[in-house]
Design a binder for this molecule. Sequence first.
Ligand SMILES: *[C@@H]1O[C@H](CO)[C@@H](O)[C@H](O)[C@H]1NC(C)=O
Ligand SMILES: *[C@@H]1O[C@H](CO)[C@@H](O)[C@H](O)[C@H]1NC(C)=O
Length: 253
Amino acid sequence: MQIILLFIIGCSIFISADAKSLLLDKPECTQKRLREVDRNFMRLIIIGEHGRKFPESVAELPKFCKETNRLIDLMLKFVSECYPPDEQRIFKVYFFSAKRVVKPLCSRKRSSKMTQIIEAAPCLNTFIHRIDCIDQLTNKTRQLIPYQIGRDKINYACCYYVDAMKCADEALSVPCLTDNAKDTILDLVRSIAGDLVSLACGDYNESTDRCDHIASLPKNKLDKSVKVNTKLKSIVLAQIAMVESMDGFAIEP
Ligand SMILES: *[C@@H]1O[C@H](CO)[C@@H](O)[C@H](O)[C@H]1NC(C)=O
Ligand SMILES: *[C@@H]1O[C@H](CO)[C@@H](O)[C@H](O)[C@H]1NC(C)=O
């Protein structure tokens, strides 16, 4: 049976897994609800084809934040009903990250970050749905699943993340966005796959050149018998499926 353990003690993570579907065998734990979680996550993170709009005024904040809370609650409910406790912890890492993404907009206190995002929103909203950097990341992460390369998958996944940040940097280089606003939004993007990636990636990150020199995927390690669920399109489910497809991995700080 499936075992995934995720301990966040200080900042060490240990995960071991085999390649089975994690969903508990209960009538309420359907693929339909899983697809709903998938869609909700894409709405939650705002950016992309299946995202939503940034609030353009303080008056729009309550509605935006109400929806944010509703999306997170729905997802948490599903996860707590349909996944064993150890897997739930993995999801929670994402929900913490996703919450952090929207936190500057949904805290009671007005912050300069809030003002900055609201001011940038009319510009952002004209093209935010066309930014496909996260979708590319999801696709590439998902393509790792059938490879029998064990822990090396993490390095590739990390490099895809580095690619996604470069992609977002370019996509956000538009005249109507100030450099400051761009950096704020890039921080939001960075925190989406957030903690799991930053804890797992070691020196395969944005500030080293490790990813420039990573080998291409070994075609002879591609296991064509592995079926990948392409109906699910969110980064959270792609990364969890990728982790499930490894024999396991451990990270020490
Ligand atoms: C991701 O893959 C799907 C097919 O699985 C494709 O339709 C979509 O265009 C791809 N998205 C990007 C951004 O590459
Ligand atoms: C990237 O990796 C290097 C080398 O391990 C490390 O010194 C640096 O802090 C990392 N950067 C980030 C942003 O995590």
